[in-house]
Design a protein around this ligand. Structure first.
Ligand code: BGC
Length: 735
């Protein structure tokens, strides 16, 4: 589609008049009136989200420009993309001016951890343990997105993840339902603000509903089977939190759950989502998950698939056109289906009203959209967030580095701008600051050599790297996997550091100089062999545009690392899944006199680094624990107070964490459950009194009778700086 001078002028003239939020009653009336005018094909058109240029589509039905034709006929109500504002403008114009009813299109995109300014991958964002910071990042992401033609993001991803073989762990907030729920609220607040009609905010689509993260063997799209209690206690929690925070859309996941693909799963889409969680917004398939139920062997053809998904509660179909193709015929035979279609269309039109699209269909379309991207203040926040996302895993007094010392920077990630991570939106690799770029902005004396490619060794480079390392006082070595090795369809059975990099380490090690490792990755990698060989170790994830500055500032002490792990790091592949909030079993491994316990013969049960773990250049002391009560009744709030002291000469952050353990309950519960945390800033030698609150209801768990209750039980309250390191353990009772 060509864009000419007229388009430019028209785009310049788009009105930016404030859109006043409509009342629910007003929207309801408007939607009812509109629905009355709609033909069945037009209703089905609202239930179809297509792509403009076939970029995301495959199959014979998707020739280029198909979308334009469908839009004019009122047969496509939403779009994936487009990534070009001019195209977005022209397609919206078609919908408004040339379709019979002029219903605006909804334009959605995957903006996951940055639109144009790149923020750290989501697993690293969760590791900040700082929901306010994440909210601030999301406000920027929303602003850039809202000026790039997009009305809604397919985010946040709320899958609980316990298997680092799964490539999509990078999009998630990790293994813990409480942390993920706090992050979920921050994402929704940050993206949506308190006014969906605003020109600066966007709608959200929480995904992938549900339990997609529990794919067997960590293989993407694989089967999920778990108890309903596990579903509700763990996997549903962040969804419940996001729905309460006002999330506008829910994406059904690819996986089957208890034998039924989620996209056709009436129990999950109607009973759990609508009745139990109270979700009133729009449900959408994950891509072609509607027709994939044929591969799941639940339907034999697309027509059957369309009917099953509609009956199950799926409102909006992405890419595969089975709703628009087959439902009309089915409705002719069974008018009950029309009732379901009307319900779905009502929800979709309501969302369009809520987003202000009926008031200004062009609200997110700007001619000079680049002007709204990567503003200096956004880059500043991106750097601050990246700094807060770096995890210090080991430090034998080698860090921070002394700026006077000559440091050799070796490895494939020093001069490498591939640090965006998968699902980077419009974030560009060439805009990212590499470690080398950042060093060049300083006066620090440094040497550099890649030594090897990420996977392919290079003998000449290896020799050159050794020669350079010989000249240095200390060595910083970078390790990791390519950014494309995590993300969708990026499951791996081998998550160790590539052999070429370990060979390089061995060669450099023979020089007997102190070594710091910095790891880049979208998932927890196996660090067991690496951590033994280095004196200091930072986990740099993929930190986005300002990556290099954040890492260099951390290495040299301008930033004091504060992040924690949102996901446990296994020692070996054979331990997976390994996560902190596991059950005790009848034969816990802590009895050395019993051979017959739940353990491995060749490896400890514990991960290499647990959830909540992360060091700082400062040292913190916990003292003087006080509990507001020892008996907690309904309506009470337990206040956990203690003093926290920074014992070092450096300002820093501690992440204080409170876990509970039910000492007995009518069903078995995890050995620890995170219930509160606070990231605390303490100047050098400063002490603060910290109080964390846990409401009575937070002690609840679905008991044997299916009731969500704390029961009248004894609980341990465990306070400390990691899920495996508690400064205090005390008991309280619930009544
Ligand atoms: C992914 C979703 C994404 C969708 C649309 C799917 O393949 O699983 O996370 O939102 O594509 O791009």
């Amino acid at each position: 589609m060509k864009s000419g001078a007229n388009t430019e002028i028209e785009m310049q003239n788009i009105s930016r008049k404030k859109i006043t939020k409509r009342s629910d009653e007003d929207i309801q009336k408007k939607v009812e009136t509109l629905l009355d005018k709609m033909t069945v094909p037009e209703m089905l058109g609202q239930m179809f989200l297509t792509a403009y240029d076939g970029e995301y589509a495959y199959g014979p039905e998707f020739e280029a420009n198909n979308a334009a034709k469908l839009i004019k006929e009122g047969l496509a109500g939403s779009l994936l993309g487009p990534y070009d504002n001019r195209v977005a403008y022209q397609l919206q114009k078609l919908a408004i001016n040339e379709s019979r009813l002029g219903i605006p299109l909804l334009m959605a995109n995957d903006i996951i951890h940055g639109c144009r300014t790149g923020f750290p991958i989501n697993l690293a964002l969760a590791g900040t343990f700082d929901p306010q910071l994440v909210e601030k990042a999301c406000q920027i992401i929303a602003y850039e997105t809202a000026h790039s033609g997009t009305n809604l993001t397919f985010a946040p991803m709320l899958d609980i993840v316990r298997d680092p073989r799964w490539g999509r762990v990078m999009e998630s907030s990790g293994e813990d339902p409480y942390l993920a729920s706090e992050m979920a609220k921050a994402y929704i607040k940050g993206y949506q603000g308190d006014d969906l009609c605003s020109y600066d905010t966007i709608g959200t689509c929480i995904k992938h509903y549900v339990a997609y993260g529990a794919a067997e063997g960590g293989r993407d799209y694989n089967t999920v089977d778990m108890s309903e209690r596990m579903l509700r206690q763990v996997y549903l929690k962040p969804f419940a939190a996001a729905i309460e925070a006002g999330a506008t859309m829910v994406m059904s996941s690819f996986n089957a759950f208890d034998g039924v693909p989620v996209t056709a799963n009436r129990f999950l889409l109607r009973k759990v989502l609508r009745d139990d969680l109270g979700f009133k917004g729009v449900t959408i398939s994950d891509y072609e998950s509607t027709v994939e139920i044929i591969e799941h062997k639940i339907a034999t053809n697309r027509k059957e698939a369309a009917e099953l998904c509609l009956r199950a509660g799926l409102d909006l179909e992405i890419i595969s056109p089975s709703y628009i193709r087959y439902l009309e015929d089915l409705i002719d035979k069974d008018s009950d289906l029309l009732v379901l279609v009307k319900e779905a269309v009502t929800r979709i039109l309501t969302l369009k009203y809520k987003l202000g699209l009926f008031d200004n269909p062009y609200k997110n379309i700007y001619p000079n959209f680049e002007d709204y991207w990567m503003k200096p203040e956004y880059l500043q926040v991106a750097q601050a967030v990246a700094e807060q996302a770096i995890v210090l895993l080991k430090n034998n007094d080698i860090l921070p580095l002394n700026p006077q010392e000559k440091i050799a920077f070796i490895g494939p990630f020093v001069n490498n701008r591939h640090v965006v991570g998968a699902w980077g939106g419009k974030v560009k690799n060439e805009d990212c600051v590499s470690i080398k770029d950042a060093l060049d902005q300083t006066q620090y004396p440094y040497l550099f050599h890649p030594g090897t490619e990420i996977k392919t060794p290079n003998d000449t480079w290896l020799k050159e790297a050794i020669a350079i390392a010989k000249e240095a006082d200390k060595i910083v070595m970078t390790f990791g996997e390519h950014e494309y090795e995590s993300g969708e369809a990026a499951s791996k059975t081998d998550i160790s550091i590539p052999k070429a990099q370990m060979e390089l380490l061995k060669a450099i090690k023979s020089l007997h100089k102190p070594i710091v490792g910095v790891v880049f990755s979208g998932r927890p990698l196996l660090l067991t062999d690496l951590e033994k060989e280095v004196d200091g170790l930072l986990y740099g994830w993929f930190l986005g545009t300002m990556s290099g500055n954040a890492i260099v500032n951390t290495l040299y002490g301008k930033n004091n690392p504060a992040a924690r792990l949102a996901m446990s790091f296994p020692r070996v592949i054979g331990q997976i899944p390994v996560y902190y909030n596991h059950f005790n079993t009848g034969r816990p491994a802590n009895n050395p006199n019993n051979q017959y316990t739940s353990k491995y013969l060749d490896c400890p049960n514990e991960p290499l680094y647990p959830f909540g773990y992360g060091l700082s250049y400062s040292h913190f002391r916990y003292e003087n624990l006080e509990l507001s009560t020892h008996t907690l009744s309904p309506g009470d709030v337990l206040e956990v107070s203690f003093s926290l002291t920074n014992q070092s000469d450096r300002n820093g952050y501690e992440v204080a964490q409170v876990y509970i353990e039910a000492l007995a309950f009518s069903v078995t519960r995890p050995v620890a459950e995170l219930k509160a945390f606070q990231k605390v800033y303490l100047a050098a030698h400063e002490s603060k009194k910290i109080t964390l609150s846990i409401p009575y209801q937070q002690f609840s768990y679905i008991n044997l009778d299916g009731i969500d209750t704390p029961e009248a039980r004894t609980y341990q309250i465990k306070v400390g700086g990691s899920s495996d390191n508690f400064a205090f353990i005390r008991e309280i009772k619930t009544v």
